[in-house]
Write a protein that binds this ligand. Sequence first.
Ligand SMILES: C[S@@+](CC[C@H](N)C(=O)[O-])C[C@H]1O[C@@H](n2cnc3c(N)ncnc32)[C@H](O)[C@@H]1O
Length: 249
Amino acid sequence: MNQPDQQALDNLNQDPALPQDDEPKYLRRIRSFVLREGRLTKGQQRSLELFWPVMGLEYQNELYDLNKVFGREAPKVLEIGFGMGKSLVAMAKAAQEQDFIGIEVHKPGVGACLGEAETAGVQNLRLFEHDAVEVLRDCIADGSLDTIQLFFPDPWHKKRHHKRRIVQPDFVQMLRAKLKVGGVFHMATDWENYAEHMLEVMSAAQGYQNLSGDGTYVPRPDNRPLTKFENRGVNLGHGVWDLMFKKVQ
Ligand SMILES: C[S@@+](CC[C@H](N)C(=O)[O-])C[C@H]1O[C@@H](n2cnc3c(N)ncnc32)[C@H](O)[C@@H]1O
């Protein structure tokens, strides 16, 4: 009998399009990320120790009362996959009358964001280190958010990985449930094929209205900071696409 080729099995196990976690098979779902346990720098480690107790929110199987978390009633902005958190912290600093919630699975990014927030002296920011799909589903109440932002999500370039893209019909309907009526879902990407995918999913999604006059993309709003990476890309002639959709029902 032929033995399975070990290399082929290893390749299969490393295919990021397959579930990598140890959940029972029937609970598995395709995730939008592959967790890389990147090394923490000393600074990130220190920020996690010092500032997580103040700014961190633990994932729990129960809704948070966000007004209680921030100690006030103010517009709530939630960002999915904030990376190292530079633009999230800049936005929180620039809009202190709003409360910001960031979600990121990558621990070094959470550490970096905490350090950045401390340096900037922002008080209106809380972070989750967990899968945003689960945080939104289990911790965030329906109708509680004014804005949801998703900036430069992993594009999953290969066609066979497109199912990993976080923008999918079910996902955007969950987001709609979490938004207040009139609340906005704001996406940005530098990958044209993902921009087209976002536009297709959102244009077909019930209960949303495209804020673009011509039913496509919007210019970058001033409140979304231009990152160094994006600026470099723009100078090289690469495109960036912003999409904004309002919850109308
Ligand atoms: C390409 S990076 C962009 C980071 C940042 N928004 C920026 O513009 O620089 C995408 C980020 O989303 C995070 N991510 C992907 N899926 C996620 C999920 N389901 N929950 C939380 N974070 C996620 C990744 O860890 C990664 O840091």
